[in-house]
Design a protein around this ligand. Structure first.
Ligand code: UD1
Ligand code: UDP
Length: 398
């Protein structure tokens, strides 16, 4: 079977990379990759780390492009690739414009779609926007739905989707394990990272921040920045914020926070750098989806800068709290975690509600028609050592 994986943004690349490696290792499947160019710089970092190369490279991004403009260009460009490549099935990931347009393009050509990370729902089609709608759309046209958790499966079932659903765990944990194994096997790289971030102040606790969601543009992001200034006024805190390349984010963040002595605004980071900083962090503030999944696996407390989340499992596990975008609420909740050691310890419990590192193999098994031992988060999975990426690829590819 010819399987074409299509992705375009940073989080899709991180979560599809280990799957592409697993597809490549399966003799029954012929795997190829199409990258759409939705994120150029941020995607290249991930492709390099995992040693991936695109078989089809599109160039859909235009400066100042609207969501409709992007969607239209994606639909036409992906259609051209489908026409040339004639895959037997298409795999897309998550809830981006790339995923929704690629799924529709395949559906129009009656090519079966497999949806990786199916079934997540916030219950509000305006938040995350437009991602909640994108995900519903992809689920509804998919033949195979790879739901990370039992609640994601339940949400998809409730909508009456027609495809078959498997609970696989989230491939983000496979990616995290592979990346951490690479980092841990390489003392020279760890030393280089410590050197790169030598400016971190050992006497101040590190608060790591990411924020880029469209529904937070404007007032929400201004409130978040004001709360960060409040926090940076403490004498025991330093803030590091790798700022997303979206001009709507850059504009507000740079204008409000640049130049503060204890706030470091930096470029979007390579995945390994970001994981190194996550491990080094005391507390994480984010509106990102993937970070909500990775941080609990690392035992790091997270305050989520959103009113609703399509990832409720870590909230239920008590390692993540939704705080929205009110300046007062963000500052109050962060100060509590910084000041109350007992509360902080409760948040630090390691939790792995999103996966056990075997999601990719389950997806490959499902595609090959083999029986799948589904992910059951209630079972305690002993962490298994993962080979570093350079054990899978030659050094020159890393
Ligand atoms: C997209 C996804 C969102 C995901 C996010 C991850 C949609 C609708 N949303 O949102 O689900 O959480 O990616 O980052 O698909 N830019 C660059 N270079 C890059 C990346 C972005 O210049 O490598 C700039 C461009 O000006 C671009 C803008 O960022 O127009 C916004 O990117 P876009 O992909 O439209 O949306 P995101 O907000 O990043
Ligand atoms: N990430 C990264 N570099 C950064 C910030 C985040 O590699 O500077 C990783 C992070 O670990 C997670 C993913 O990017 O795996 C999240 O991507 P993003 O926040 O862009 O999108 P979302 O997950 O919200 O869709």
């Amino acid at each position: 079977m010819r399987v074409l994986s299509i992705f375009g943004t940073r989080p899709e690349a991180i979560k599809m990379a280990p799957l592409v490696l697993a597809l490549r290792g399966e003799p029954q499947l012929h795997s190829s990759v199409c990258v759409t160019g939705q994120h150029r710089e941020m995607l290249a970092q991930v492709m390099g780390l995992f040693g991936l190369q695109a078989d089809h490279e599109l160039d859909v991004m235009l400066a100042g492009q609207s969501l409709n403009g992007l969607f239209a260009r994606l639909l036409a460009a992906v259609d051209g690739v489908l026409d040339a490549a004639r895959p037997d099935c298409v795999l897309v990931h998550g809830d981006t414009s790339t995923a929704a347009a690629a799924a529709m393009a395949a559906f129009h050509r009656r090519i079966p779609v497999g949806h990786v990370e199916a079934g997540l729902r916030s219950g509000n089609i305006h938040s995350p926007f437009p991602e909640e709608m994108n995900r519903r759309l992809v689920d509804s046209v998919s033949t195979w739905l790879f739901a990370p958790t039992p609640s994601a499966r339940a949400a998809a079932l409730q909508e009456g989707v027609s495809g078959h659903i498997w609970v696989t765990g989230n491939t983000v944990i496979d990616a995290l394990n592979a990346a951490l194994a690479t980092l841990d096997a390489d003392p020279a790289r760890q030393q280089a990272l410590a050197q790169r971030y030598h400016w971190l102040d050992g006497r101040r606790r590190l608060v790591l921040v990411t924020g880029h969601r469209r529904e937070n543009f404007g007032e929400g992001l201004r409130n978040i920045c004001a709360a960060l200034r409040d926090l940076a006024g403490r004498d025991d805190v330093q803030i590091v914020y790798p700022v997303h390349l979206n001009p709507n984010v850059q504009g507000v963040v740079q204008k409000t926070l640049a130049g503060h002595p204890h706030i470091h605004l930096i470029e979007p980071l390579d995945y390994l750098d970001f994981l190194w900083l996550m491990r080094r962090a005391h507390l994480i503030l984010t509106d990102s989806g993937g970070v909500q999944e990775e941080a609990p696996a690392l035992g790091k407390p997270v305050l989520v800068l959103r009113d609703v989340t399509e990832r409720p499992e870590a909230v239920a596990a008590g390692t993540v709290r939704l705080v929205g975008t009110s300046r007062e609420r963000i500052a109050t909740e962060a100060n509590r975690l910084l000041d109350d050691a007992a509360l902080y310890a409760q948040f630090c419990r390691k939790a792995n509600p999103y996966g056990d590192g075997h999601a990719c193999q389950r997806i490959v098994d499902a595609l090959c028609g083999r029986s799948v031992a589904e992910f059951r988060p209630e079972l305690r999975h002993a962490p298994e050592p993962h080979p570093p990426l350079n054990a899978i690829f030659s050094e020159s590819q890393l």
